[in-house]
Design a protein around this ligand. Structure first.
Ligand code: NDP
Length: 310
């Protein structure tokens, strides 16, 4: 039984590492399967100014390194492997398969997060963190008195645009859908429409994000007229949805229609022994601090589950 760990934590963002800190301090033998791009979404962020305890702010990758060090200090074994699938063996021992082998464990915490969808433009990748962002709550503050564009026509785009008007002097919503046919709920659209700082562009696609070292504008095309124009902005917020990273869990735990894991009680999933924390089960708050809190709950629930089993 020596190779069977108490808990395997899948994912290494704020939820995963916080779960690891609590699990190890709860005396669980803990393995973190960190994935091929460890650290989660904060690795692609620059300054994090809203994580409590860092009054001067901290760089995203530096914050994640601190999370990792804290987890390792108490004995978490961090492995840079990605999970391919999970099987449930006899006596509820989970077999977690990665590209290099199978790990056995008595419980699992899923903290694989969600990945922001991007437009897929070369200029978008190049200017990410230099005016291109997928999180208004994280980066809106840097655009005080500036002009920004929000790409998307769903509730996220409406919410991000409204939030950005706290800082920016002008917010453009660039939606590819037609007027009155956007995906956003009516109430959220109405809120954005009645905000004097927000201007809508419908039938509009972004061809390119302009700027060398930082964003200076967007090249847009009107899909009805095929007119191409440049819009001067200092920031571009891409709000076209997120994909929860759950494909490896199909058939193992209940998910909603978008693939987010359903939580039943605390951090419990439909499968006893599998717990969840962070954005993989939360499309609403999506913050490092809320993910960390959920990771803490998952570890406490796993400790309790294992106590009851033994
Ligand atoms: P959605 O999937 O609802 O909307 C995505 C939007 O992005 C659509 O307008 C879509 O356009 C557009 N889009 C997708 N791909 C591209 C692309 N390549 N280029 C340009 N535009 C693109 O995602 P959301 O993140 O907005 O919402 C996810 C869920 O979260 C929803 O259920 C939503 O209701 C919920 N939510 C609720 C909030 C609240 O209640 N406060 C706040 C935020 C989200 P098209 O329609 O043309 O495909």
């Amino acid at each position: 039984m020596e190779n069977i760990s108490d808990v395997i934590i899948i994912g290494s963002g704020p939820a995963g590492y916080t779960a690891a800190i609590y699990a190890t301090r709860g005396d669980l033998q803990t393995v973190v399967l960190a994935g091929q791009t460890p650290g989660g979404q904060l690795m692609t962020t620059t300054d994090v100014e809203n994580f409590p305890g860092f009054p001067e702010g901290i760089l995203g990758p530096e914050l994640m390194e601190k999370f990792k060090q804290q987890a390792e200090r108490f004995g978490a074994a961090v492995k840079y492997e990605s999970v391919q699938n999970i099987e449930i063996g006899a006596e509820k021992i989970f077999k977690v398969k990665t590209e290099s082998g199978i790990y056995e464990t008595r419980s699992v915490i899923v903290a694989t997060g969600a990945s922001a969808k991007w437009l897929g433009l070369e200029s978008e990748t190049r200017l990410r963190g230099k005016g291109v962002s997928a999180c208004a709550t994280c980066d809106g503050f840097f655009f005080k008195g500036k002009k920004v564009a929000v790409v998307g026509g769903g509730d996220s785009a409406m919410e991000e645009a409204n939030y950005l008007t706290k800082f920016a002097e002008q917010v453009y919503i660039l939606a590819r859908g037609e007027q009155n046919k956007l995906r956003a709920s009516k109430i959220m659209q109405q809120r954005a429409l009645s905000n004097p700082k927000i201007k809508f562009f419908y039938n509009t696609e972004v061809k390119e994000i302009l700027g060398d070292d930082k964003v200076s504008g967007v090249k847009i095309v009107d899909k009805k007229t095929n007119d191409i124009s440049d819009l001067k902005v200092d920031g571009v917020f891409v709000a076209i949805g997120h994909n929860p990273n759950t494909t490896f869990l199909k058939g193992i735990v209940d998910m909603d229609e978008k693939g987010y894991i359903k939580i039943y009680d605390g951090s419990r999933t439909s499968q006893s022994g599998i717990f969840v924390g962070g954005d993989v089960a939360d499309y609403h708050y999506r913050q490092a601090i809320t993910a960390a809190g959920m990771g803490c709950r998952a570890a406490m629930d796993a400790i309790n589950y294992l106590d009851q089993k033994s």
